[in-house]
Design a protein around this ligand. Structure first.
Ligand code: NOJ
Length: 555
């Protein structure tokens, strides 16, 4: 069993990390060139977004060959070299397995289209309803209907995402065997980490029926059979290697299911990625809206998940950012007036929770959403579709753009800022997505005189060296406080009478704030980490927190 609480994952979006050959697109050799930078962080594992062969309609999440590296990113030799160099640094590889769907360019789909009955069973092919309408009224997560005409036949195929991403029918044992083979192939190459894309939607109901407008997700999400399929995949592939680590990306899930997905007794996955805490700036649960974030809701969600997962033996990866989210610093911090302090506070709030932290490239130097001024700057299929839909709903161009700008996935996909120079030092060619703000935020300056990177190093070291943070329980504190997210991590210390306790205080706002410390926590203490370099050994009844201050003390 892995000690998941002592590990930290770093996510690399290869396309935007570093371009070694000047084609404007990041690549595997680019990552090799930057290993000295990665090494400094002291992370344990790198999750790479998919770099398998793909037409790139959804930036690699539309895979047409699971066994090869896309030439856009390099070769199998490059991958092997990267893997062996990472191994020397003590860093494991985590690959992104997109097994809910494959590209319509995949040979399985092509054979199905050519009439091969066996391969047709790999997909959800259905006739239109009697009245000629689509097989169901389901909507694609990228907008528009979830069905597309299957070649020139009378059938339609299901795609929960883009129309070039055909959902694979996991009810078919042959499909599942193929997918086991994919995972097994990479296990045999020594890969021990797997992130499973939208894995909780692999078990659609056997009978696909219309939704009533409210139950659509329930018709294909977290169905009981998902647990069976995961147990089977575990047993037949990665589970054969006790040192493997797996993360399931969970779309619109529930805590009950996530406990099951991640409790080691169930033999499904090591941990889950969930997104409820990132939907606190959605109006009525809708992504393509723009409102300030709801701090109390954020606290409630994080607290609920921490408590329930801890009580029931579940395990989460804790994170703010990934390639599908705008930078958290732009959403929940203050990138203009308090960029450094708010980046550090956000990092503290997440890194000291119970779970395995995952850091997205660039957050460790305080990167923020790019400053684009027109829809032409965005390339993501989801953003472009959303813009069109907002216009169709009656928003004017400026309003639609404003909303897209606040939520587009391209925000975090912007190339890594290495230097303040041309193209942020990312590429000698024309970057596929335009960096902005590199004069203010870049690796070179950050390492020379910034404070965020060094603060991340401290947080990572704490996780490795302090058992309370790595393995302790979680207790909420000051739940009604409207400015501070506070919690306590606790660990029964063997041989000692009292449990060890670490109190964590995060001021989520840009003003000074006096927080009342409950009596039981007043008294002698030791500073564990502080983003204002505080040094004191007594905690009184009232503590005046600085703007975006984060402080952890052992009491
Ligand atoms: C989740 C991935 O993170 C996202 O980037 C992708 O578009 C969808 N799954 C579909 O594969």
């Amino acid at each position: 069993m892995q000690d998941l609480g002592k590990k930290v994952i770093y996510q690399i979006y290869t396309k935007s990390f570093y371009d070694s050959n000047g084609d404007g697109i990041g690549d595997l050799r680019g990552i090799i060139e930057k290993l000295d930078y990665i090494e400094k962080l002291n992370v344990d594992m790198i999750w790479f977004n998919p770099f398998f062969v793909s037409p790139q309609n959804d930036n690699g999440y539309d895979i047409s060959d699971y066994y090869q590296i896309d030439p856009l990113f390099g070769t199998m030799e490059d991958f092997e070299e990267l893997q062996s160099k990472l191994e020397k640094l003590g860093i494991d590889v985590m690959l992104d397995m997109v097994l809910n769907h494959c590209s319509t360019e995949h040979e399985w789909f092509k054979k199905a289209l050519a009439g091969d009955k066996e391969h047709q069973k790999y997909f959800y092919l259905r006739p239109a309803k009697e009245d000629g309408s689509l097989p169901t009224n389901w909507v694609s997560k990228f907008g528009g209907p979830a069905w597309e005409r299957f070649g020139n036949t009378e059938l339609y195929y299901l795609h929960l995402y883009d129309k070039t991403q055909a959902d694979l029918d996991w009810h078919n044992q042959k499909t599942r065997d193929e997918l086991v083979n994919v995972v097994d192939f990479w296990c045999k190459k020594g890969v021990r980490g797997f992130r499973f894309d939208v894995i909780n939607v692999i078990g659609k109901a056997r009978e696909l029926v219309d939704s009533n407008g409210e139950n659509e997700r329930a018709l294909y999400t977290d169905t009981p059979v998902v647990h069976d399929y995961l147990k089977e995949l575990n047993q037949k592939s990665f589970g054969k290697y006790p040192d493997s680590i797996t993360v399931g990306e969970m779309s619109s899930t529930s805590v009950e299911n996530c406990i099951k997905y991640s409790n080691p007794k169930e033999h499904e996955l090591s941990m889950v990625f969930t997104f409820h805490h990132l939907k606190v700036d959605y109006l009525d649960g809708k992504k393509w809206t723009k409102i300030p974030f709801d701090f109390m809701k954020l606290k409630q969600i994080l607290t609920k998940w921490q408590l329930q997962m801890a009580t029931n033996g579940g395990w989460s990866s804790v994170f703010w950012n990934n390639h599908d989210q705008p930078f958290a610093l732009s959403r929940f911090g203050d990138p203009v007036n308090h960029r450094e302090k708010s980046a550090e506070m956000l990092a503290t709030a997440i890194h000291l929770l119970r779970g395995t932290p995952c850091i997205y490239q660039g957050e460790e130097i305080g990167m923020i959403d790019p400053e684009y001024d027109g829809i032409e700057d965005y390339v993501d299929v989801e953003a472009i579709n959303a813009y069109g839909e907002l216009l169709a709903q009656g928003y004017d161009e400026a309003q639609a753009f404003d909303i897209v700008k606040s939520k587009a996935r391209d925000n975090s996909r912007v190339p890594m800022h290495w230097t303040r120079g041309k193209n942020a030092g990312f590429s000698h060619g024309t970057p596929w997505l335009r960096p902005t703000d590199q004069e203010r935020i870049n690796v070179e300056d950050e390492l020379a005189h910034g404070e965020i990177f060094a603060y991340y190093q401290k947080l990572i070291a704490l996780r490795k060296n302090d058992d309370v943070i790595a393995c302790g329980g979680f207790l909420p504190l000051l739940e009604d406080d409207e400015k501070v997210f506070a919690y306590v991590r606790t660990l029964e210390a063997s041989g000692k009478a009292n449990a060890r306790k670490i109190l964590v205080l995060n001021n989520f706002f840009g003003e000074k704030y006096e927080v009342r410390i409950p009596d039981e926590f007043c008294g002698k203490c030791r500073v564990v980490i502080s983003n204002y370099e505080r040094d004191f050994c007594y905690l009184g009844e009232v503590l005046s927190l600085e703007p975006y201050e984060a402080l952890a003390v052992e009491i």
